[in-house]
Design a protein around this ligand. Structure first.
Ligand code: SAH
Length: 244
């Protein structure tokens, strides 16, 4: 099942961290819990990265974005601001009320609190950007058909999606370089996360990392083609998805 909800401020830890950082230039720890991994942290400063300090994959996606652009899960608005600076037309959406407020304060001209999967949300975008493991928002492999159906509603003719993701198989690498993956288990890129900032704790949510081959398979099953645009140094990549 896809999540079509919006967050409330009491359940918006990442938004709270973004709001603190926007206000004071610093933030406390944004903690990340998962049933699969040890506790981790997201450096809040990195959510405010400038174009120059972005990973190369993201810089490439920004360069390739044209026409009416949708920035999905825009966070602090770092990509939207870079696109606006380049004179491009961008609509930033996020389910986080606090992030949307910050985006508006930071000068993102068109930022709305919108869930990508909401029934009412439609449009005609030439480019849909899903960055910082943008596949995450899809949550689980079983949601792929619904994701592509939504994309058909949102893309203008000839439009495309730029999505980055990582192949998590490196987590299963053995000393001899082989990969030990239990195929009877659920897909290894399906994980769950929960975040906490100060005393604000969010709900647990599904997050999908997907390897390029699996993405290509689901794309083809759903009337899209996937092209590998760029690979990073550590199993991460940028893909273009377009309707066939
Ligand atoms: N793109 C930003 C933030 C990435 S974090 C960056 O690169 O810095 C992922 C963001 O997606 C969070 O801000 C989260 O609130 C938002 N999000 C998660 N599910 C969403 C959905 N279904 N629709 C819109 N935004 C979503």
């Amino acid at each position: 099942m896809l999540n079509t909800c919006l967050l409330s401020p009491e359940k918006d830890p990442m938004g709270a961290a973004i709001a603190d950082y926007a206000r004071s230039g610093k933030a406390a720890r944004l903690r990340v819990f998962s049933s699969q991994f040890d506790e981790d942290e997201i450096p809040v400063k990195e959510l405010f990265r400038s174009e120059a300090s972005m990973p190369h994959l993201e810089q490439t996606a920004l360069k390739l974005a044209t026409g009416r652009i949708l920035d999905v899960g825009a966070g602090s608005g770092c990509h939207s601001l870079a696109l606006q600076k380049a004179g491009k037309d961008v609509h930033a959406i996020d389910i986080s009320p606090l992030s949307v407020e910050v985006m508006k304060q930071r000068g993102v001209c068109h930022a709305t609190q919108t869930n990508l999967f909401s029934e009412q949300f439609c449009g005609a975008y030439d480019t849909v950007l899903m960055l910082m493991n943008g596949s995450g928002i899809v949550g689980k492999l079983e949601n792929m058909p619904l994701f592509f159906r939504k994309m058909k509603q949102l893309l203008a003719p000839g439009g495309c999606i730029y999505m980055d993701s990582s192949d998590l198989k490196y987590l299963f690498e053995e000393e001899d370089g082989s990969f030990l993956i239990d195929l009877a288990d659920s897909y290894y890129g399906e994980v769950d996360f929960q975040m906490q900032y100060k005393n604000v704790k969010g709900d647990v949510f599904d997050w999908l990392y997907i390897d390029f081959q699996t993405l290509s398979y689901y794309a083809a099953e759903n009337g899209f083609k996937a092209e590998l645009i760029e690979e990073g140094k550590h199993y991460e990549y940028l893909a273009r998805l377009s309707q066939v």
